[in-house]
Design a protein around this ligand. Structure first.
Ligand code: FE2
Length: 355
């Protein structure tokens, strides 16, 4: 027979030391404090109201935020907890039970513990994990995780930000500048790039490359590409959040004194270049204050040729890097063209920021 029951719901994310920490506490019923990062939502109640439901205790926010640390006696725990099995082998009339009329199993369980006078505890002595938010997780999407930038920031950043993203902000570091006033930053992980392409190809409705474009307000595109707009795949809100949270701070480092928060961008799209479809793009100005161009795949691996040529400076960026972002001024100085792709398929993610 086992000594303990360790109950873990799907929304709980635990640190490696969590179970050992709970066992060493010596308590019969103890939960690790788990909360949604940056929110008040957690896996315990600080107090209980007369109706038997949640009530906020005066110390609740201090415990959740970690501004006070310890092991706390609480009236309700859920999502993840450790229970001594001996509690389930009690005399009649003293049973611990998950069953009670009109309440869910967690409520019934905590209710029965309270009825027989067994104390339950929550520990925030150290960081023991957190809760994910499953409410907007949409399994009908291709790669639903990539849509979670607003609701599960911690997981999203671990999966999708480039491993060198934070190094962009190291003091005294000069950003790379492959052409005059064209800046180059690591932004997204290889996984992000792969999933972003998968989403577009699963959707599959690439524009026809003509000047008539029903997706645009005026119905006319002067310099058309084969592309898919973010609002066609339900990623507009997420992409604008990425622009605000992760791209704007980079922009503020290099185009000094230009401050526009949140960035506005109406045209956010993935372009597909390939020899048998549209291999290149003629010289043009972008209708933006600045433009970003994220490489979603790799030259000489996924395709040959390609790149961006800035005519005024006679300067090209051909050796683009997976997940790296090119950022350049838009409508005035950086007249540019897309160089021909000679084999394979090249994918880039483009935004015309502050049009
Ligand atoms: Fe352009």
């Amino acid at each position: 027979m086992c000594d303990y029951l360790f109950s873990v719901d799907g929304v709980a994310r635990l640190r490696p030391q969590t179970l050992r920490h709970l066992l060493s506490s010596g308590y019969d019923v103890i939960a690790p404090l788990l909360a949604r990062p940056g929110q008040a939502w957690s896996n315990f109640w600080g107090a209980i109201g007369a109706s038997g439901y949640y009530a906020r205790s005066t110390d609740y926010m201090d415990i959740v935020s970690g501004s006070i640390r310890g092991i706390w006696n609480v009236p309700f725990i859920t999502n993840c907890y450790l229970v001594k099995m001996a509690l389930f082998h009690t005399p009649k009339g003293q049973e611990v039970s998950y069953v009670k009329e009109d309440v869910d199993p967690d409520m019934a369980f905590c209710n029965s513990l309270r009825d027989i006078g067994v104390m339950m505890y929550v520990s925030n002595e150290e960081d023991l994990g957190h809760l994910v938010n499953h409410e907007t997780f949409d399994v009908s999407r291709t790669h639903p995780d990539v849509y979670q930038v607003l609701d599960n920031k911690l997981e999203w950043e671990n999966r999708y930000l480039h491993k060198d993203y934070l190094a962009n902000f190291i003091d005294g570091q000069k950003p790379r500048m492959p052409c005059p006033d064209v800046y180059w930053f690591p932004l997204m992980s290889p996984r992000f790039c792969k999933e972003w392409i998968d989403i577009m190809e699963a959707f599959g409705q690439w524009s026809d490359g003509s000047n008539n474009d029903k997706r645009l307000e005026g119905g006319y595109e002067a310099v058309p590409t084969r592309d898919i707009h973010m609002n066609q795949v339900g990623l507009e809100r997420q992409w604008l959040h990425i622009l605000k949270e992760y791209v704007r701070p980079l922009q503020e480092m290099v185009f000094t004194g230009y401050y526009h928060n949140p960035p506005v961008s109406i045209m956010n799209f993935v372009v597909r270049y390939r020899p048998d479809e549209q291999p290149s793009l003629r010289p043009h100005h972008d209708s933006s204050t600045y433009t970003i161009n994220l490489a979603l795949n790799t030259p000489n691996v996924d395709y040959t040729g390609g790149g961006c040529h800035f005519l005024r400076y006679n300067c090209s960026v051909r050796d683009t890097r997976l997940g790296w972002l090119l950022m350049h001024p838009g409508r005035l100085t950086h007249y540019h063209e897309g160089l021909p792709v000679t084999g394979g398929t090249r994918y880039i993610m483009i935004s015309f920021v502050d049009p």
